[in-house]
Each structure stands twice: as C-alpha cells, then as structure tokens.
Design a protein around this ligand. Structure first.
Ligand SMILES: Nc1ncnc2c1ncn2[C@@H]1O[C@H](COP(=O)(O)OP(=O)(O)OP(=O)(O)O)[C@@H](O)[C@H]1O
Ligand SMILES: CC(C)(CO)[C@@H](O)C(=O)[O-]
Ligand code: BAL
Length: 284
C-alpha cells in the first residue's frame, strides 16, 4: 500500500493511475478503523480498480472540542488493517496540509433543512465542516465512486446534496451498517467506552429494534417516548429518537405529520458516564 501525507504526492500518483484507465474508489475516514470501515474498503475493491482511503480527523466538523481532543487515534493498527484488506493508497494528511490558510470556511454550502434537523440541530456547523473537507478530498482524489456507511445516514444525504451543489459526477455508494455480535453499531467512538459502558451502549440498538418490531401496531409518539424513557433511565442524555422518511430529492420528513409510512428509526444519545455520544439508525 502506498502512503502519502502530501497532496501533491497523492495527486501525482492518482493522475498516473487515471491515465492508465483505472477507476478509482474512495473511502474517506477519520481513522481508528474497525470492520465497518473495512466493509467499505471491500465494497470499493469490488467496484473499482484502485482503492484510496483517507484518514483525517477533521477539526472543522467537531462542534464539541472535547469530542475532538478525545477522538481515538490508532494509526499503526489502521495501516495494518488497510494493508491486509488490500487498500492501494492511504492518504494521511496533517491539519496544516489540509488547511494551510487556517480553519475558517471559505464557502458556505446550502444543505437546506438537513442542517437544521437531527444531527444538523444537535451539532451546529458539523455538516459545513464535513462539506468543507469532503469537497477538498474529492477535488484531490477525483474518484469515480465514493463509499460511505449507512450508520451516518444524514451524512450520506448531505454528501448526496454536496455532489449536486458542486456538479460532481461521482457516484455515492451507501454501504450497510456493520454491527458487533450483540447488535451495537461499530463506531470508532466505541473505543472510548469501558466494559460496563460498552454493555450500556446496546440500549441504542435495543430501542431501534423495539421500534422496528412495533411500529405497525403502536403509535409513533408512544414508541418514541418509550425509547427516550428507556435511554434516559439507562444513563443517557438523548438528543433525539425519531422516525423519518426520505423523499426522492433527499429531504427528510417526519411521517406522523405527513401521513407517510416511516422508513427509518434514528437515534443519537450521549452515554453520561463516558461522555461518548453515539448515533445509530435502522430501516423499518
Ligand atoms: N458500523 C459501520 N458500518 C459501516 N460503515 C461505517 C460504520 N461505522 C462507520 N462507517 C462509515 O465509515 C466512514 C468513516 O466514518 P468514521 O471514520 O467517522 O467512523 P465512525 O466509526 O463512524 O466514527 P464515529 O462513529 O466515532 O464518528 C463513514 O462513511 C461512516 O459512515
Ligand atoms: C466523511 C468524513 C471522513 C469527513 O471527515 C467523516 O465525517 C466520517 O468519517 O464520516
Ligand atoms: N462519523 C461521522 C463523523 C463525526 O461524527 O464527526
């Protein structure tokens, strides 16, 4: 696997590959890799000639400084996992390399209501930071396909919109959420949980599973209230539990108001003893 820390080195390597007719698959990450990330690498391998992964803990998308400071970093293990998975290129830039002129955004993206609901509401500025870094990474890598995980469902919708805003031809491939054996969605932030907190984190999955199995019988309001109560009783601060549908244009609606069947249950909650905020979602 090639490892590049500089943009010019990466661009030179990828220009040669592109000139050889290779189709490029791209997997952007923030590192502390797990099997969820490797599933994206595998999907990229199956659907492209050359797979590029980036690892960059992007400061501009963190609305909570503590979350940024404590974000897990496991570079040596990440390199080993990517090598074993057959990734071709790893891009590992520094903050200075990505933001030589400082962290202030030069552009504002119009993500519409995606920025004012759910993750957008709970993490002000987060999606502008994601847009800022993904736009730059796409310009550098110029992939044919971009692979992202359904675990970050709203992020997928934002990136879909970003691709339209920047008139990009890149195809976004959304890959299923990989879970631990007990159902917990794999997440880099899980590394910050001690064994008791790790067990407690399962309440997110259990809440979603309950909703999935009862949403045809019970009222949506009752289901949400039950899930919120269970999380609160188990030591979580709940940002939201919602049932949503996604329209063809990529916008999100809340079916109890619109009279449409919900498609996904989504949850975000902070485990109070660890301070770790987790998200998850489940197709209904
Ligand atoms: N369990 C998972 N299954 C499939 N894809 C995943 C999973 N977890 C993360 N991804 C995807 O991997 C890509 C990189 O995500 P990222 O590096 O932020 O990992 P993460 O585990 O989501 O971290 P965190 O949850 O702590 O933000 C994103 O497209 C994300 O949706
Ligand atoms: C897409 C991304 C790599 C941008 O920093 C990040 O938000 C992530 O890992 O999901
Ligand atoms: N996994 C999405 C990136 C973030 O939480 O900042």
């Amino acid at each position: 696997m090639y490892l590049f820390k500089r943009k010019d080195e990466l661009e030179r390597h990828l220009t040669t590959a592109r000139n050889e007719g290779k189709h490029i698959g791209f997997v952007p990450t923030m590192g502390a890799l797990h099997r969820g990330h490797i599933s994206l690498i595998n999907a990229a391998k199956e659907n492209s000639d050359l797979v590029v992964c980036s690892i960059f803990v992007n400061p501009t998308q963190f609305n909570d400084p503590k979350d940024f400071e404590k974000y897990p970093v496991t570079i040596d293990q990440d390199v080993q996992m990517l090598t074993e998975a057959g990734c071709d290129v790893l891009f590992l830039p520094s903050v200075q390399e990505m933001y030589p002129d400082g962290l202030t955004a030069k552009m504002h993206y119009d993500f519409g209501t995606l920025e004012t609901i759910l993750e957008g509401a709970a993490r002000p500025g987060h999606f502008q930071g994601v847009g800022q870094v993904v736009h730059q990474l796409l310009n550098l890598v110029q992939p044919d396909k971009l692979f992202m995980g359904q675990k970050d469902l709203q992020q997928c919708l934002v990136i879909n919109r970003l691709l339209k805003i920047i008139h990009s031809q890149v195809e976004l491939v959304i890959c299923p959420t990989i879970r631990e054996n007990d159902g917990l969605a794999m997440s880099s932030r899980n590394l910050r949980l001690n064994p008791a907190e790790r067990v407690n984190a399962l309440h997110l999955y259990q809440g979603l599973s309950y909703i999935k199995h009862h949403f045809k019988k019970d009222s949506l309001k009752d289901l949400k209230e039950k899930a919120v109560k269970d999380l609160k009783d188990s030591g979580f601060e709940v940002d939201y539990v919602e049932l949503i549908s996604i329209l063809e244009d990529g916008s999100v609606i809340f079916p109890e108001n619109a009279g449409t069947t919900p498609l996904y249950a989504v949850v975000a909650a902070r485990e109070i003893s660890s301070g770790v905020r987790l998200i998850d979602n489940m197709q209904l």
